[in-house]
Design a protein around this ligand. Structure first.
Ligand code: CIR
Length: 260
C-alpha cells in the first residue's frame, strides 16, 4: 500500500477499568457495562491487529475512569509524539501514564506545557494538514502551542471549530482516505472541509462519524446501516464494532487508540 497518514504499523490501546462507570459524560443515559465494553474492546484490538499492525495493550487505570479513551492524551506523528494537556481536569494525570509507553516507541517526545489545553480528539491529521477544532476541551492557546511544535516538523496546522455541544472535533468526522472525510452535516456546514471530498453521515446517524481509517479498513461503530451502506457503496472495506458502552461516555472508534 502507498504510504499515507493512515498507514500505520502500530497502535496503543488501554483496557477499560472497573472505574469506567465514573467516566465523564455530557448526558447520563445509563452506566456502561464493563463486561460488554471489554468484549467490544477486544474486538477493536483484534481488528487493528488484523491489518498487520502491532498493538500495545496497556493495563487498566482505575484512578482514571476515562483512560480507555487514550487518543486524547497524545498526538503521534511520523516525526515524534506530542503529549497533550487535556481540558478535562480529571484527565490531566492520564498524560503521565501514557508518557512511559510512548518513550518505548518514540525517540522524540514533546509536550504541551500550557497554559492552554488541547485533547487528541480534537485533532484530525490528513495527508496535507493538521486540522484542530477548538472545543470546550481545546482552547486557542493549546492550538497555538501545538502549531509551534508541528511547524518545526514541517506540518501545516489549521484551526477550525467543533460544533457547539459536540465533545470533540472528531466526534463529528473521520478521515476516509487522502481526499475524503466522513462528516456530520452540521460540521460540514461550517465549511472546514473545503477542498476535500465529503461524505456525510445519514440523518439521525451522526454518531457514525467517529470512525477510523486504519490501513486498508474503515472501522466504524455498529448500528448505522444507512451510513454503512453509503461507505460500502463507495468501496470502503468496513468493519463494524459495537460501541453501545463507550457511547454512554461520549467515546467512539478514534478515542480508543493512538495510531502511528
Ligand atoms: C471524556 O469526556 O473525556 C470521555 N468520557 C470521552 C472521550 C472521548 N474521546 C474522544 O472522542 N477522542
Amino acid at each position: 500500500m502507498t504510504e499515507h497518514i493512515y498507514t500505520f504499523g502500530h497502535a496503543i490501546t488501554r483496557r477499560p477499568a472497573t472505574s469506567i462507570v465514573d467516566g465523564l459524560r455530557a448526558e447520563d443515559i445509563g452506566h456502561p457495562d464493563l463486561e460488554q465494553m471489554l468484549q467490544d474492546h477486544a474486538a477493536y484490538v483484534s481488528t487493528l491487529k488484523s491489518t498487520g499492525a502491532t498493538v500495545v495493550e496497556l493495563p487498566p487505570l482505575d484512578e482514571f475512569p476515562d483512560a480507555v479513551f487514550i487518543e486524547d492524551t497524545a498526538l503521534c506523528l511520523p516525526q515524534g509524539a506530542i503529549l497533550m494537556r487535556p481540558g478535562a481536569p480529571s484527565r490531566l494525570g492520564e498524560v503521565d501514564e501514557i508518557e512511559s509507553a510512548l518513550r518505548t516507541q518514540f525517540d522524540i517526545i514533546r509536550q504541551i506545557q500550557g497554559p492552554g489545553f488541547i485533547e487528541g480528539g480534537d485533532i484530525l491529521v490528513t495527508d496535507r494538514e493538521i486540522l484542530v477544532g477548538r472545543s470546550a476541551r481545546t482552547d486557542a492557546a493549546g492550538v497555538a502551542e501545538l502549531e509551534s511544535i508541528v511547524a518545526d516538523w514541517g506540518h501545516t496546522l489549521r484551526e477550525v471549530y467543533t460544533p457547539q455541544g459536540v465533545l470533540h472535533f472528531k466526534t463529528d468526522c473521520s478521515l476516509l482516505d487522502a481526499e475524503t472525510v466522513l462528516s456530520t452535516r452540521r460540521l460540514d456546514a461550517s465549511g472546514c472541509f473545503e477542498g476535500y471530498r465529503v461524505l456525510c453521515t445519514a440523518s439521525g446517524e451522526e454518531a457514525a462519524a467517529n470512525a477510523i481509517r486504519f490501513n486498508g479498513i474503515v472501522i466504524m461503530p455498529a448500528g448505522f446501516p444507512r451510513t454503512a451502506e453509503m461507505l460500502a457503496n463507495a468501496d470502503y472495506d468496513l468493519v463494524e464494532i459495537n460501541n453501545s458502552e463507550c457511547a454512554k461516555l461520549d467515546g467512539g472508534m478514534s478515542c480508543l487508540s493512538l495510531r502511528f
